[in-house]
Ligand binder design. Structure first.
Ligand SMILES: CSC[C@H]1O[C@@H](n2cnc3c(O)ncnc32)[C@H](O)[C@@H]1O
Ligand SMILES: [Zn+2]
Length: 449
């Protein structure tokens, strides 16, 4: 009787949580280093505690107790710049420079095919690829953002949806005011959705005029929204801006008041020292997209120099039409390797920094660093588990080094967003992968015809 009541009492003393997750290594990112043999207690979508396994077991219990004995647990990866629905155009036009790619292939295809169904099916395909690759949050810029938002809510991933603006009529909107009105109406409708945030997303300095950019600057300040834009992507962008506006694009945006902590500038390849100073002084963030930049021969961003200055840099895949993968493991590795080669310095972007760029820095750029981007009590349980049991990851002296230089997305086994399991032992929980692939094949036939 005494023994029974002792066991019962001590069981009752423990706190019941939704999930108790044990792992060989936990890499919180916010604090440096690796925690060996620790556990995470997850409750109501949030990380409640991270403790050594024995301590976690003495304080918590859960009917959902998961033991990942050979895994590293990291914050979910954050894809800071993408056009999710463009997965349906993966490989339609390769080996071209940006403007030929856009003007001769992508924009004509978009004008013929992009509608709400295309964006729905393409975003589903992207979410399947991203979740299987450990991505828990993406920053999107595309037509028909309502369709992307619907998919995000259906599958349970987290996203920043772009209120896209471009001075080019489309099936989605007739002019820039129509783009803005439609985008803001979607935001108003989704204000209570914890997985959705919104950005103002003017496409690029060459496709949006001064008057519209000023309107966007005012809206960003009024609504405290990030502004997500392609910037300084090619040498031609800068040459044309000098010819048409008398200034380089970044200086033009600065004169219009857009360079601020609200700004997320994708690419930022061709920069003078003065521009780097200015960008740092005014607090902008960068979405570095190394694969897309190389594939379109746009150039190599001076990442080491920008980091040394103290600029916040996250990592993006860009679209599957210019990458051609939505693979943040590949982008992390390339970020680390390119920075070394470009700056002639093997110490540039060590593994821990590449991982931080792919997680916490992305969250910071999106204004989400109080919610996600690292594993700390009080933050959302946006978590990726990476299986280290393969011989190709053996031996392992440092799991952070392996995550960047060895592991690939094929090692991702589990993903949680807001405490909800979305990938279980490599299988998508909320998405029907076979159906998604069938829809992709249907679009492939349409695009060809
Ligand atoms: C108006 S929706 C977004 C728009 O951007 C196009 N796009 C995709 N990748 C890039 C890139 O690297 N630079 C500039 N524009 C890009 C996409 O096709 C859509 O038209
Ligand atoms: Zn882009």
């Amino acid at each position: 009787m005494g023994l029974f009541s002792f066991g019962y009492d001590s069981f009752m003393d423990k706190r019941n949580v939704d999930t108790l997750l044990e792992a060989r290594w936990i890499i919180p990112v916010e604090v440096e280093g690796t925690l060996a043999e620790h556990a995470i207690a997850i409750n109501n979508g949030l990380i409640e505690a991270i403790l050594p396994i024995s301590e976690a077991n003495s304080r918590y219990y859960s009917s959902n107790h998961i033991k990942l004995d050979n895994h590293a647990i990291i914050p979910g990866l954050i894809n800071l710049h993408t056009h999710a629905a463009m997965t349906l155009m993966r490989g339609v036009a390769d080996d071209l420079p940006l403007m030929a790619w856009l003007k001769n292939y992508i924009w004509p295809a978009e004008s013929r095919h992009v509608d709400t169904c295309f964006v729905r099916d393409g975003t589903m395909l992207a979410c399947a690829e991203m979740l299987k690759g450990g991505i828990t949050c993406f920053n999107d810029m595309y037509f028909f953002p309502q369709a992307a938002a619907d998919v995000v809510l259906e599958c349970g991933i987290r996203a920043g949806i772009g209120v896209v603006v471009i001075d080019m009529p489309s099936a989605y909107a007739s002019d820039v005011d129509d783009y803005i009105d439609k985008g803001l109406a979607i935001r108003d409708h989704c204000l209570q959705q914890p997985l959705l945030t919104f950005c103002l997303a003017p496409h690029a300095p060459y496709s949006v005029n001064d008057q519209t950019l000023t309107k966007i600057m005012i809206l960003a300040e009024q609504l405290q929204l990030p502004v997500h834009i392609h910037l300084h992507e090619t040498k031609d962008e800068i040459k044309n801006s000098l010819a048409e506006n008398g200034v380089r694009p970044l200086m033009r945006l600065h004169k219009l008041g857009l360079v601020s902590p609200n700004l997320i500038a994708a690419h930022m390849i061709h920069l003078t020292d003065t521009e780097i100073e200015l960008f740092h002084e005014y607090g902008g963030h960068i979405a570095h997209c190394p694969t897309s930049n190389l594939k379109l021969a746009s150039g190599i961003a001076p990442v080491e120099k920008l980091l040394q200055k103290g600029i916040n840099i996250g990592i993006g895949t860009d679209s599957a039409a210019s990458n051609n993968r939505l693979d943040m493991f590949a982008e992390m590795r390339l970020t680390a390797l390119l920075a070394k080669g470009y700056s002639d310095n093997a110490e540039a972007v060590p593994a821990r920094q590449a991982l931080r760029m792919a997680t916490l820095n992305g969250a910071r750029a999106m204004g989400l660093d109080q919610i996600t981007g690292s594993l700390s009590p009080g933050k959302a349980a946006d978590i990726t588990a990476v299986d280290f049991s393969s011989s190709s990851l053996s031996p392992c002296f440092d799991p952070i080094s392996h995550l960047v230089y060895v592991a690939g997305r094929e090692q991702v086994s589990h993903v949680w967003v807001n405490g909800r399991l979305l990938l279980n032992e490599g299988e998508l929980v909320t998405l029907d992968e076979a159906d998604i692939m069938q829809q992709a094949r249907r679009w492939q036939h349409r695009l060809v015809s």
